[in-house]
Write a protein that binds this ligand. Structure first.
Ligand code: AMP
Length: 391
């Protein structure tokens, strides 16, 4: 594991599983005396019911069977059904009937863009070049992380950092030696399947939907489509196929279980950000010294940390940073390796899930399942024709 915490104590393999919910708000953060790490007020964040609600009712057969079992057949039928569904739906179908879109002009100061995102409760926005009337990319938490890296490399230039506009983002990438991300977009009327494939290929977690105005011939940003919205759309509208996905996470190998990047409540925010950059990941589980899951630091948590240009606050602890989360933060979702994909889709249908943290019966961290892992599996498993490989 690449982590920022002290080496975990030896896990007790003989420990019996507990009926209590070790991730309940009380045990996760309600006490400052019982737990191994003091957890300050604000960190007792709502762990949404843990793995028990995802538990399969029966165990499944293994995938290594040569002749496909009924379970294998159902699984493939479910996957094919979801893929067909994505081929006959477009990105337009995913959009709600009415929605708000915040588009930012690239002449805006970066520090002002932070306030706008926070005030609107959003974590990204398409950029617009009003001089050329063109779409100019997507502002995401990665851009703010780049600004932070710039600040770390050139700490004496804080005044300059303060004056950076969104149009400087590409120069910042160059200065810190980051390869500029390809500005991907899709036409909203193209099949949803295409948007998914493009997301997987570019590792983009969100893609702007860009149309061309038939009268002026100019680009129009319609909305932004995310992995979250796509999986929610599948979960809500294609239950007849997702309910066939009865294989457990362990058997599918869904997610990442080795070289997990983790940190503790006492880790410095800046170190956690460096970890996210190094691993190209969007979240770092926060664990205690027994490797028990306490919380997750997400790339979007960076935004409130640097609000108002407070870059020096990045030396604060993860615990402090997490207390700045919005009150409506939806919580951390966990599952076990025995949970089935159909149950995960059930949870996606009902809740705002951005990733699932895999824990054992004693809430020790086992792995992490990102939405990209689920999308990759659903689109590519069993497909032979592509360079993007399923997990
Ligand atoms: P994400 O950044 O969440 O889209 O995840 C990208 C890939 O990295 C997925 O395959 C995840 O399973 C994996 N991943 C996410 N978070 C971590 C982490 N903290 N440590 C190691 N791998 C991770």
């Amino acid at each position: 594991m690449d982590d920022l915490r002290a080496p975990p104590e030896q896990a007790n393999p003989g420990a019996s599983s507990s009926e209590t919910n070790p991730l309940s708000p009380t045990s996760a953060g309600g006490s400052t005396t019982n737990g191994p790490l003091p957890i300050r007020q604000g960190h007792e964040l709502p762990f949404v019911a843990p793995s028990s609600y995802l538990r399969p009712k029966q165990t499944s057969r293994t995938m290594s069977d040569k002749t496909p079992s009924p379970l294998d057949k159902d699984q493939m039928q479910g996957l094919r059904g979801v893929r067909e569904f994505l081929k006959v739906r477009t990105s337009y179908d995913v959009l709600p009937l009415s929605f708000r879109l915040v588009v930012l002009d690239i002449d805006l100061l970066i520090k002002k863009s932070l306030n706008i995102l926070i005030q609107n409760g959003i974590v990204s926005a398409p950029l617009w070049d009003s001089r050329n009337s063109t779409f100019a990319g997507l502002l995401t938490s990665t851009d703010y992380i780049n600004v932070i890296q710039y600040y770390c490399q050139f700490p004496d230039q804080l005044n300059q950092v303060d004056q950076f506009r969104l149009s400087s983002l590409r120069d910042i990438e160059k200065a810190i030696g980051v390869l500029p991300l390809e500005t991907v977009s899709v036409h909203p009327a193209r099949p949803l399947y295409e948007a998914c494939r493009r997301m997987l290929k570019t590792r983009a977690r969100r893609i702007p939907l860009v149309d061309v105005d038939s009268e002026t011939g100019r680009e129009t940003v319609v909305s932004v489509i995310t992995q979250y919205r796509i999986l929610k759309f599948i979960a809500v509208n294609n239950e007849k196929h997702t309910m066939l996905l009865k294989k457990p996470v362990r058997e599918l190998g869904l997610g990442t279980y080795t070289n997990l990047a983790t940190a503790t409540m006492n880790s410095c925010v800046l170190d956690v950000i460096h970890l996210m950059v190094k691993h190209n990941i969007s979240a770092v589980p926060i664990v205690d010294r027994d490797n028990k899951l306490l919380n997750v630091f997400e790339a979007v948590d960076v935004i409130p940390c640097i609000k108002g240009g407070a870059y020096d606050e990045l030396s604060a602890s993860v615990g402090d940073a997490l207390s700045k989360r919005a009150d409506d933060f939806t919580g951390i979702y966990t599952c076990s390796e025995e949970d089935r994909l159909d149950s995960i889709f059930d949870t996606i249908r009902k809740s705002r899930v951005h990733r699932l943290i895999v824990v054992d019966d004693e809430s020790r961290l086992k792995g992490i399942i990102s939405l990209s892992d689920i999308l990759k599996y659903v689109l590519l498993y069993g497909e032979e024709d592509d360079t993007i490989r399923a997990p």
